[in-house]
Design a protein around this ligand. Structure first.
Ligand SMILES: [Zn+2]
Length: 131
């Protein structure tokens, strides 16, 4: 089976919500900054009062690579990307598409979840079907 992430104490709550099909973004209660990855203090002001806010679930494709070979369980070709969430933070994620050669920078994306055993893995897919 494809691997799943191993949460740390700082990321467990975020991954628990992913497992429920909810994408959240950490936000600092002191300065209002959104950030990723999840951590126990704000990377902007050092504040330690952090909340997980439900994300819009939309993002923009900033950069990607199309892998022509992959480890066991990954069907090539598949795309890995840097996406920018509507809330601002950027993250690495897989792109769910049947034709990664059709991907273009700046296309709007939406969050989707792949079932892996009793866990879920966050992916993004183009909002509009590829041409
Ligand atoms: Zn802050």
């Amino acid at each position: 089976m494809k691997p799943v992430a191993l949460p740390t104490p700082d990321t467990r709550e975020w991954f628990d919500r992913i497992d429920l099909g909810r994408l959240t973004v950490p936000r600092c209660r002191d300065c209002g900054s959104f950030f990723l990855y999840p951590r126990s203090s704000c990377p902007r002001c050092g504040g330690r009062s952090i909340e997980l806010v439900d994300a819009a679930g939309t993002a923009t494709l900033l950069s990607f690579v199309v892998n022509q070979r992959g480890p066991e369980g990954f069907e090539p070709p598949y795309a890995l990307a840097i996406v920018q969430l509507a809330e601002g933070p950027r993250m690495l994620a897989g792109i769910a598409t049947t034709d990664p050669a059709e991907l273009e920078i700046d296309v709007p994306l939406r969050a989707v979840f792949e079932e892996r055993g009793d866990r879920k893995v966050l992916y993004f897919e183009p909002e509009v079907a590829q041409k």
